[in-house]
Design a protein around this ligand. Structure first.
Ligand code: CTP
Ligand code: ZN
Length: 152
């Protein structure tokens, strides 16, 4: 494939999430709540060759810009992602995701005995580490399986 060809077409308006680690695109779609049921136009490239990452995933969501809380969760599973806002085919904004120091209410604690897993309405609260997240209530650390703990 030459530089003149694109594997996934350019979009007119929306968000391109670029430089997602290879294999994480479906988790990114899950975070954004995209399952195709709302009729959104979404293009996904998986394991696309990349100079920087070797292989990367790319997700293009048309006619949608992402909220800060979506970006926070995204940063946990795609720390190297670039968020490109596209308007009229131009990249009008390019941002790196920033990892928050903690996330509240977005992940489920996998420890069934954790206070946040009880009936009391206590929001989950995880401290963000370099290589995962830690429940501030029970110290459970989640590393590889963060995507599975995202609340729906
Ligand atoms: N893109 C798109 N539709 C557009 C414009 C750009 O889908 N109308 C995509 C490009 O294919 C690329 C991303 O948005 O995946 C960023 O575009 P651009 O900044 O032009 O690419 P690069 O310079 O390669 O970006 P970076 O420096 O972040 O690697
Ligand atoms: Zn816990």
């Amino acid at each position: 494939m030459t530089d003149q060809q694109l594997r996934v077409s350019k979009i007119e308006n929306g968000t391109v999430i670029d430089h997602i680690a290879g294999g994480q695109a479906l988790n990114v779609l899950a975070i954004l709540g995209i399952d195709g049921s709302r009729g959104e136009t979404v293009s996904v490239g998986m394991n696309v060759p990349s100079d920087r990452l070797g292989r990367k995933d790319v997700v293009k969501v048309e006619d949608r810009e992402l909220s800060q809380s979506e970006l926070d969760v995204l940063s946990l599973i795609a720390p190297a992602a670039t968020i490109n806002i596209i308007r009229g085919y131009d990249v009008v904004e390019k941002n790196l995701v920033e990892r928050p120091s903690s996330v509240t209410g977005v992940l489920e604690c996998p420890n069934q005995h954790c206070i946040t897993a009880e009936d009391e309405p206590i929001d989950t609260h995880f401290e963000v580490l370099d290589d995962g997240v830690r429940c501030v209530y029970c110290d459970t650390i989640i590393r590889e399986s963060i995507a599975e703990q995202i609340k729906v």
